[in-house]
Design a protein around this ligand. Structure first.
Ligand code: PLP
Length: 408
């Protein structure tokens, strides 16, 4: 028998990481197969925690199934693109046209396509640390180089525009803004966004604004869509149905291109080519967009004091902050907290191993900080989607684990 070489992955994947669903998630699955019940605080997936989508969204999708059997236009069905255009018009982008909207299978697919169409070998993208790791992974996959700007935990996890500007080179093509932020929960104030837009303006960068949590803010945090501050900067804004409308499984998202789009004609032709090559986004889910954006969003009740999301994030923050050696910035938005463990009390040398130990001992699954391209081993991310009761039990388990770790 002739000996063949094994089948191996492409070298393109060598430096691509997406550890949120990596070895820790596999270990959790293994423990579940052994019969353990795992408390999953690792993925921002609202529906399994009892956050159901408004009925109108589900009914519209069901009622349109017969119309959704064929491929659609690659850019997306017109009624949904009009709905998205009107959504941005109502947020101050009065010139928005349905032709500026492109629909995708979730923001994830759009992030990948936008970067594939944009980057050549060695082109740089400025990405926050910590980040939603698809931004770094998709930049690397597209042949680009992720250059991280470090958000400041001492200053509400906001980015420092001076540091961002110091990292601009003649290879920098784009500046990524994740606002509200995953994993830190930060919501950037207007002056920070203005300074970031100004960097893009002065250095001819494309702004990539991931605003998938735009409707999930707490207390008096003001959500400003950065495109409204930069109508002279070519900006691609990303959002979708997964979080506010709680149908992450539908895989439905959009981008909105704004600013001097006439200067991006060639780029948009490249993006359109990629969109054509994948035919179209899932058509039944495209039909859900108009229903979602047209109706009462029903998220307001969840984020106001007394609402589930508000109370869960408030309780989780309070309980975590009570643990010795844990400091945690309160989340102004999104669905996460990103606590810090005092390195003197908890000298962790491998944060992934640390969260695997937590999982094995307490059957609680969180994500380690480095999975978000964070720079030390002393952070983890916790999802605030479980009920207050479940969070109380889980955080008590984390506290017990930390107590043992500290005194061992
Ligand atoms: N961007 C951010 C910041 C996210 O947190 C997520 C999902 O958690 C996504 C994009 C991807 O969302 P989608 O479900 O639309 O692919």
């Amino acid at each position: 028998m002739q000996e063949f070489e094994d089948f191996t992955q492409s070298p393109k994947l060598r430096d691509v990481r997406y550890d949120v669903r990596g070895p820790i998630a596999q270990e959790a699955a293994r423990l579940e197969r052994e019969g353990h019940r795992i408390t999953r605080l690792n993925i921002g997936n609202p529906a399994p925690f009892g956050f159901e989508a408004p009925d109108s969204i589900r009914m519209t999708m069901i009622n349109n199934l017969a119309n959704a059997q064929g491929y659609s236009d690659s850019q997306g069905i017109y009624s949904a693109r009009i709905a998205v255009a009107q959504y941005y018009q109502s947020r101050g982008m009065t010139d928005t046209d349905p032709d500026d909207i492109y629909l995708g299978n979730g923001v994830s697919e759009l992030i990948t396509m936008v970067l594939q169409a944009m980057l050549g070998p060695g082109d740089e993208v400025l990405i926050p640390a910590p980040d939603y790791p698809l931004w770094t992974g998709a930049t690397t996959l597209a042949g680009g180089r992720a250059v991280h700007y470090v958000c400041d935990e001492q200053n509400h996890w906001w980015p420092d525009p001076e540091e961002i500007e110091s990292k601009v080179t003649d290879r920098t093509k784009a500046l990524v803004i994740i606002n509200p932020n995953n994993p830190t929960g930060a919501v950037y104030p207007r002056h920070v966004l203005e300074a970031m837009a100004d960097i893009a303006r002065r250095h001819n960068l494309i702004l990539l604004a991931d605003e998938i949590y735009e409707n999930i803010t707490f207390d008096d945090a003001e959500m400003v869509n950065v495109c409204t501050l930069a109508d002279d900067v070519f900006t691609i804004t990303f959002s979708g149905l997964s979080k506010t409308w709680r149908v992450a499984g539908f895989r439905s998202g959009w981008i909105f291109v704004s600013g001097p789009t006439h200067r991006a004609k060639n780029y948009l032709e490249g993006l359109t080519l990629l969109m054509n090559m994948r035919m179209c986004a899932n058509v039944p889910a495209q039909h859900a967009i108009q229903a979602a954006l047209g109706g009462h969003q029903s998220i307001e009740d969840l984020i106001a004091p007394g609402g589930r999301l508000y109370e869960q994030r408030t309780t989780a923050h309070r309980l975590l902050a009570e643990i010795p050696g844990v400091t945690v910035e309160q989340a102004d938005g999104a669905l996460y907290l990103f606590p810090r463990l005092d390195p003197e009390m908890y000298p962790i040398s491998d944060d992934e191993q640390f969260v695997i130990e937590l999982l094995r001992q307490q059957k609680i699954l969180v994500s380690h900080g480095r999975a978000f391209n964070w720079i030390d081993d002393n952070h983890f991310r916790l999802v605030t989607l479980p009920s207050v009761e479940d969070l109380e039990v889980a955080i008590a388990g984390i506290a017990e684990f930390l107590e043992e770790y500290r005194t061992a």
